[in-house]
Every structure is written in structure tokens, then in C-alpha cells.
Design a protein around this ligand. Structure first.
Ligand code: TRP
Length: 331
């Protein structure tokens, strides 16, 4: 039986953090055997908000290295760079002919960006969801692992695909937002406010590139709470986040010990954060070391980039043939 296709994209902006790792990348790694996976470094998308391209090459190389170090295997999945696949740009154009200004202006992410960068409301920012639709539809992927904030874009992709199919004939399966495994893990900022993000205060975010001392220091400074006065109390968001992190990197017994201390009102947050720091270092340092080694191995990186490009273009050009044929753009 043919495996279902999975596609996701990640922007090469800023450093990869634990929210990206536990929320997305680790799932991608686990999907590689079960699905026909396409993972794309979306450099074009990053240009809608980061017009300065001087850091682009370094960012793309670092991101690829971090993805490989996390366990993506270029022989199991198609790992490629968006701008290596010009077929995406062609499909983006066709899809733009069936995307309406009104719906693009209503998109939540667009409205956010207009607020954040009022002096750079460029046309590519408006059509960002159309480019994302092209990323997905170019491989006729059906499963799109994304966080909550991206669900609207997947919904729009379904609409564009559906419109195309109605107008020109069935070419695209309708994709859906996809959640691998049972629960979606959300890592919040170490100050307890909102999700861990690329843009916020660096002290509140753990990056895959952080060295051991930074990891320890950030965790020691993480927000906790007062020791609960009553047994089995409700945890604050910040404390819950520490427990979530602990359950991801510490042993079960360790986590259970601190759970029980919390429930019995004898928890020492300092001890907990110290333990978490050590376990986090043990978890993260091998990934960081592998990433650094890969980033220095330019020959290996170019081999991976070339291999991804070839596989992605082979799949993309098959779709474009169908698209052009359906549309009558073939002479
Ligand atoms: N817009 C996504 C984000 O900001 C990145 C992205 C681009 C993407 N193309 C995609 C995600 C295709 C899933 C599928 O995170």
C-alpha cells in the first residue's frame, strides 16, 4: 500500500527552540517510517518578514543541521529547501488567480503582521497563505502537521485546492491539519507567559544551540511559584511547564518524586530546577554537538541539499504536469 503523504515547513528565521523541537520536529522524526514525508525549509516565506538576506545562508545551514541532528534522515524523508524547487513558484502563481483579496486580508496571521510591521505590508505578505498552499499542493500532500496558529492556512489551502478542482478538474486531494500521536505538546516561555517563541526575550527560551551553562542558568532563573499551602493544589502555568519539561527529559521516577513533593507541599523549586537543568543538558548537548559537526561539514550539507532538491523536484514536476494539463496550459 502506498504511504500517505505528510508535508510540513519551517522558516529559517531565528534559532530553533524547545517549543519547535517538542511541538514539531520530534514528531516529524517519528513520522518518517510511517508516512511519505516532505519537510521543507521555507526560505521564501521568511523573506516576507526578513528582507535582509545577509544571514540567510547561515540560517538555512544551521536549521538543516539542527533538523538532521534531531534525527531527520534524508534517506527516509525528502528534506529540501523551498527555493530549490521553482515548480512551487509556478503553482503559487496559478493559485493566486483563485485567491481573493478579501479572504487574504481577513487572515489572522496577516492582520498580526500588519500590526507588527506597518511599513512593510508587501504583496507577498498578503499572499503568504497562497505560497504555503503551493508548498502543500505541489506534492499533493494530505497530512499537514502544524500548530494551532497555522490551521487557518491549511483551511485556506483546502479551499484553493477545492476551487482548482471545480474549475479545472480533480488534481488535488484536500489536505488537512494533522496531529501525530495523541497529545500536542505545548512548551511555554520560561517566565510562564505565552508559548515559547523565536522573538521573545532570549532568557525565557531554550534554544538547541544553547551551551550547557546557558541551559542551566535559564532553567535556574525560570519562573516557579510559592510552595502550595494545600495538598494536591492546582499548578500555575509556569510550574506546570517545568513539570512538562521534566516529563520530557528526566526519568519517570524523578518526575514522580517532584510531583509527590508538590502534592505534599514540600516541593523545593530550586532543587527541581537544578535537577531539570542537569537532565536537560544531558538531553540537549548531544543534539547540539551533532548539529555543530554537521554545520561544519559543508560537503555533507551540500550533498543533503542536492539530494532533497532532486527528490522534491521529481515529485513537484509530476504535479505541475497534471496542473498544466488540467488548465490547458500546455501547447
Ligand atoms: N507558515 C508556516 C509557519 O509559519 C511555515 C510553512 C510554510 C508551512 N509552508 C508550509 C507549514 C507548509 C506547513 C506546511 O510556521
Amino acid at each position: 500500500m502506498q504511504k500517505e503523504k505528510v508535508l510540513s515547513g519551517i522558516r529559517p528565521t531565528g534559532f530553533v527552540h524547545l517549543g519547535n523541537y517538542f511541538g514539531a520536529i520530534r514528531n516529524w522524526v517519528n513520522m518518517q517510517d510511517e508516512y511519505d514525508c516532505y519537510f521543507c525549509v521555507v526560505d521564501w516565506h521568511s523573506l516576507t518578514t526578513h528582507p535582509d538576506t545577509r544571514e540567510l545562508q547561515t540560517s538555512v545551514h544551521r536549521l538543516l543541521s539542527e533538523l538532521l541532528a534531531s534525527g531527520l534522515d534524508p534517506d527516509k524523508c525528502v528534506l529540501y529547501i523551498q527555493s530549490d524547487v521553482p515548480e512551487i513558484a509556478e503553482l503559487y502563481f496559478y493559485l493566486n488567480t483563485m485567491a481573493y483579496k478579501g479572504e487574504l486580508e481577513k487572515t489572522a496571521t496577516f492582520k498580526d503582521k500588519v500590526r507588527q510591521q506597518p511599513n512593510n505590508v508587501n504583496a507577498a505578505l498578503l499572499t503568504y497563505p497562497v505560497l504555503q498552499a503551493a508548498d502543500i499542493l505541489i506534492h499533493r500532500a494530505v497530512n499537514v502537521p502544524v500548530g494551532k496558529d497555522q490551521e487557518q492556512h491549511v483551511e485556506m489551502t483546502r479551499n484553493f485546492a477545492d476551487r482548482f478542482n471545480h474549475r479545472y478538474g480533480d488534481v488535488f486531494p484536500l489536505p488537512k491539519a494533522f496531529n501525530y500521536g495523541s497529545k500536542l505538546i505545548k512548551i511555554i516561555s520560561l517566565d510562564g507567559g505565552g508559548k515559547m517563541s523565536k522573538s521573545e526575550n532570549q532568557m525565557n527560551t531554550l534554544y538547541l544551540a544553547d551551551d550547557n551553562d546557558q541551559i542551566r542558568t535559564k532553567l535556574m532563573k525560570a519562573k516557579s511559584d510559592i510552595v502550595p499551602a494545600e495538598k494536591n493544589a492546582q499548578k500555575s502555568e509556569a510550574v506546570q511547564n517545568l513539570f512538562t519539561l521534566m516529563s520530557l527529559v528526566s526519568g519517570k521516577e524523578v518526575t514522580e518524586k517532584f510531583e509527590s513533593d508538590f502534592n505534599n507541599c514540600i516541593i523545593r523549586y530550586g532543587d527541581m530546577k537544578k535537577q531539570l537543568g542537569e537532565d536537560m543538558v544531558r538531553f540537549m548537548s548531544p543534539i547540539r554537538e551533532r548539529a555543530v559537526a554537521i554545520q561544519q561539514d559543508k560537503a555533507y550539507l551540500s550533498k543533503v541539499i542536492k539530494q532533497g532538491k532532486e527528490k522534491a523536484r521529481a515529485s513537484a514536476s509530476e504535479t505541475l504536469l497534471l496542473v498544466r494539463k488540467a488548465m490547458g496550459v500546455n501547447y
